[in-house]
Design a binder for this molecule. Structure first.
Ligand code: FRU
Length: 715
């Protein structure tokens, strides 16, 4: 009995998951490639164990090992050759990923000739390191002797190939349909595209009446979707739309599942999602990075932004668009600049052309002009204009600035009153340095190089990407103004500017002191002259149909310090309209062991303002919903969730302002000299607040806690 059972079990267990007929050619599970032969460096000393240093996350391989020619990076070259084997099955199946190029290949060689060849899926920036199943029909070579070759003859971006688990089988592996299509008539505002985060990217094209109208790389869901990305097709109502996917599994439901409607899908709790910042702007769907085109026009603040409408991660750069009358309540209006033949739409800025120098104005109305980088090959600077702040036309004379060097980007344009001309600052890698190129123009269309600001030594981050440039008075004194030049990390230089050349007095001053703050931009044309600044806040929101956000709008000023003028950050005063309930605990001083003055307060969204004088306290500590905000008196350092920043006492006092949202906290100390943005996901049901001192007492001059409401549902 037992023996029989054992035999039966063995038979079941021995049967492989698919195709009992399967012959393994290579699984790359050993420490070396033997018996394959290796040439060159690209493949390393043996199979890779997955992601290599400097590589994006590699997945989709089987077991522990795979072929990954990223050894020493993209530039290394080499090849791998298998021993001879007999073709004994109808198909050869394998997993493949990496770059897409004639110089990257898995090849089948029969009688000295390459009879089949496959390459990876990636040929542009971004992409995915996921390996995918592919196969060849090799029935015609039955019985022949063959070899396999893996070749990496490619340098530069995506100059590597990944291969794993090569087998022979008679069971036809699932195949791909090339250029799978579905045609429908546009009846609604949106087509809903199914997204599976992390799935291989497919090229999804929308053809309108047979012509390409929209093209994106999308992590399409072959089965159940994580979320649905709305593709706005309202411009083509009544027309015939064809969705085309470059490559789709034969049993994928991606195209079939696309539905049309006028509303977003699964949007019952839009803006109330558990990880949605409640007073920080984020897009309804998809990814955002940099703020773009920040400007005040026709009574509204306009916030454009780097948007991937079709992915949870970066890619397919569009300019999303939102407007607000008060910098607090934002309405997202949809994408205004879509990728085109000149490339994806990278970052840039906006101005109001009051004197209509550009001629884009109409009926006496000044145009709103957007400047963006078309990040194709070449990468150029372009413009688009509008007189209503809703519809935008790309200039037929684009580009307005040709490529200086590859990767030049992020034009920020300002009006320079003394010389009555426009000035553009542009990030350019020039002679291996990060530089800002200054261009000037009388009319926004024609630009001349005026000067090059030399930035940092090679390799540094100073003045890298997304420059901004503006003048600020020191302590409000209009007679003492300084020009501020800053880059994406907000480190800045102060100096003078004559309309052509920026001469720094002091450089490399640190900007923000926290984490996840990047590529901030200041608003142009703000009526009351404030310099309002908003940053990309790298708040990760796993499991949500959106990702990332913006910081709260900040007001920038210059203030005199012992070291010279320095920039300060403060929350804009408009945020005060979010206050629902104010607590002013009656506490004049605080020492260890005292009752927690914030005991009675329970709040999720909160603004805390305090002024204290340390006396003999060693630390003054707030615990806001488990976010530790600790002031070290002796070191004059602030620590937010363990991240430390210098925060000098000002006249023996420390003033803190703390804003806490679902996606993190922004803490201001030392009258704005120290701004610490800190992204993290708060726990929804922890609403406790604590205030205490350690090691001694502190004098409390003022303490206010404001409960805040969501900015998304104005009451
Ligand atoms: C900064 C940046 C910009 C670029 C944009 C692309 O975050 O790299 O330099 O224009 O993002 O999305």
């Amino acid at each position: 009995m037992h023996t029989r059972l054992a035999i039966a079990l063995t038979t079941i267990i021995a049967a492989p998951a698919f195709g009992a007929d399967e012959i393994l050619i290579a699984d790359f599970e050993r420490d070396t490639y033997a018996p394959w032969t290796v040439t060159g460096e690209a493949f390393g000393p043996g199979p890779s164990r997955g992601t290599m240093p400097g590589q994006m996350h590699v997945d989709g391989f089987k077991g522990r090992g795979l072929v990954n020619s990223f050894f020493k990076g993209d530039d290394s070259l080499g090849s791998l050759a298998s021993p001879e084997f007999r073709i004994e099955r109808k198909f050869i199946a394998f997993l493949i990923g990496g770059g897409k190029s004639e110089k990257l290949a898995l090849q089948l060689v029969v009688d000295g000739k390459v009879v089949r060849s496959a390459t990876g899926p990636n040929d542009k920036h971004g992409g995915s390191e996921a390996l995918a199943q592919e196969s060849w029909d090799v029935a015609e070579f039955a019985g022949k002797t063959a070899t396999l070759r893996i070749v990496d003859d490619a340098k530069g971006s995506w100059g590597h190939i990944n291969v794993d688990h090569i087998i022979q089988t008679d069971v036809k592996p699932k195949s791909f349909v090339k250029d799978a299509e579905r045609t429908l008539t546009a009846t609604s505002r949106y087509l809903h595209i199914p997204i599976k985060n992390g799935a291989p990217k497919r090229v999804v094209t929308l053809l309108v009446d047979g012509k390409v109208a929209v093209k994106n790389d999308i992590e399409l869901a072959d089965a159940a979707a994580d979320w649905w990305a709305p593709m706005d097709v309202s411009a083509w109502r009544g027309k015939s739309l064809t969705l085309r996917v470059d490559k789709l599994h034969e049993d994928s439901t991606a195209l079939k599942s696309v539905e049309q409607s006028d509303a977003l899908r699964d949007a019952a709790n839009l803006y109330a999602e558990p990880l949605r910042g409640q007073f920080h702007f984020s897009p309804k769907r998809g990814w955002n990075n940099d703020p773009n085109g920040c400007v005040f026009f026709n009574g509204e603040y306009h916030l454009f932004f780097q948007h991937n409408p079709y992915g949870w991660g970066w890619g397919n750069m569009h300019w999303g668009h939102a407007v607000s009358r008060d910098l607090v309540h934002w309405e997202e209006l949809g994408d205004k600049l879509l990728p085109d033949d000149m490339g994806p739409m990278f970052s840039g800025s906006a101005v109001v052309d009051w004197k209509n120098t550009s001629g884009f104005g109409k009926d006496g109305k000044p145009p709103l002009v957007l400047f963006y980088t078309a990040a194709g090959n070449p990468t150029t600077q372009c413009l688009a204009y509008s007189t209503d702040g809703r519809t935008f036309t790309k200039f037929s004379g684009n580009p307005i600035v040709k490529e200086v060097t590859g990767g030049n980007r992020d034009p920020k344009v300002i009006w320079h009153e003394p010389t009555q001309q426009w000035v553009m600052t542009l990030y350019v890698e020039w002679q291996k340095r990060h530089t800002i190129h200054f261009f000037t123009s009388p009319n926004l269309r024609e630009w001349k190089l005026a000067s090059i600001s030399n930035g940092d030594a090679p390799g540094g981050r100073f003045l890298f990407e997304c420059p901004d440039f503006f003048e600020l008075p020191v302590d409000g004194d209009a007679a003492r103004k300084k020009w501020v030049l800053l880059g994406a990390d907000s480190a800045y230089a102060l100096g003078t500017f004559d309309g052509k050349k920026f001469l720094p007095d002091v450089t490399r001053l640190p900007g923000h002191r926290g984490k996840g703050f990047y590529a901030a931009q200041s608003f142009s044309d703000v009526p009351d002259g404030r310099r309002i600044f908003i940053g990309w806040w790298q708040t990760e929101t796993k499991g949500m149909p959106f990702n990332q956000s913006m910081t709260i709008p900040l007001e920038l000023r210059l203030t005199q310090t012992d070291d010279g003028p320095r920039m300060t950050f403060s929350p804009v005063k408009e945020l005060e309209t979010l206050r629902t309930k104010t607590h002013r605990p009656d506490v004049k001083s605080l020492k260890p062991g005292d009752k927690n003055p914030l005991d009675a307060i329970s709040a999720e969204l909160v603004e805390v303002r305090v002024e204290f004088e340390p006396s003999d306290a060693k630390e003054v500590v707030f615990n806001i919903r488990d976010i530790m905000i600790e002031y070290d008196v002796q070191k004059q350092e602030l620590s937010v969730a363990g991240h430390r920043a210098p925060a000098p006492l000002r006249g023996g006092k420390q003033r803190l302002v703390i804003y806490c949202d679902r996606t993190g906290a922004e803490v201001f100390a030392s009258d704005g000299l120290c701004y610490v943005p800190m992204p993290f996901n708060t726990k929804p049901d922890n609403k406790r607040l604590f205030f205490e001192t350690r090691g001694g007492a502190a004098k409390v001059n003022a303490l206010e806690v404001h409960e805040l409401r969501s900015a998304w549902h104005p009451k």
